[in-house]
Design a protein around this ligand. Structure first.
Ligand code: HEM
Length: 173
């Protein structure tokens, strides 16, 4: 195995661990805990999204995973040879790749702008002090519900990708 492939595999697998692991942590642990925070919630969201830059971390880890994955796909398929793509292993890696790319697009096009708006609202509310005005609280609520629904779909796609990537090499054996 040459050094470039080794490096790409490290970037790909580590990027995938960060991306999918963080999405699972957020969906199952952070988001439900934050819901119960009450008045401290906007402040938490402001720190999480604006100061700690969670969305940027997700953008970078997903982009690294996909770019390195695309190069590995090019290499494994001998430059997109259908002979490899049609093998059970090729089909497995193709399903995983498409699922991960769809998850990325969903995150980038639909979840990201909502997350940014949520961070902005958190900032406005935290700066104003006191309990959030009803209109802002209602907007936060709608954004929350939309983000959770979209993330549920994103997570399913990620898990499909994770499972196919983890096993595709052994399909057809
Ligand atoms: C959720 C995102 C992803 C995760 C968690 C992930 C994870 C993994 C893992 C753990 C492997 C090692 C499997 C093995 O060697 O048997 C792997 C290999 C691979 N992945 Fe992904 N992957 C993801 C997305 C992608 C994407 C988007 C592409 C293509 C655009 C891709 C293409 C590949 C290819 C071609 C291999 C085989 C590499 C080789 O033979 O050296 N992956 N992936």
């Amino acid at each position: 195995m040459n050094t470039v492939i080794l490096l790409l595999r490290i970037l790909h697998v580590v990027g995938g661990v960060f991306w999918v692991g963080s999405a699972i942590l957020y969906f199952y642990f952070v988001a439900p805990s934050v819901k119960g925070l009450g008045p401290a919630r906007p402040q938490f969201l402001q720190g999480f999204i604006e100061r700690r830059r969670y969305p940027m971390f997700m953008n970078i880890s997903s982009a690294v995973t996909i770019l390195a994955g695309a190069l590995l796909y090019w290499n494994s398929s001998g430059g997109l040879q259908t002979a490899w793509i049609q093998t059970p292993t090729g089909i497995g890696f193709t399903i995983g790749s498409v699922a991960a790319i769809l998850a990325y697009l969903l995150g980038f096009i639909l979840i990201r702008p909502r997350g940014q708006r949520l961070g902005q609202l958190g900032k406005e509310i935290a700066m104003a002090g006191g309990p959030p005005p009803a209109t802002l609280a209602a907007e936060m609520h709608v954004l929350d519900d939309e983000i959770m629904a979209l993330e549920r779909v994103e997570l399913v796609l990620m898990i499909v990708s994770l499972l196919t990537m983890a096993t595709a090499r052994y399909w057809g054996m």
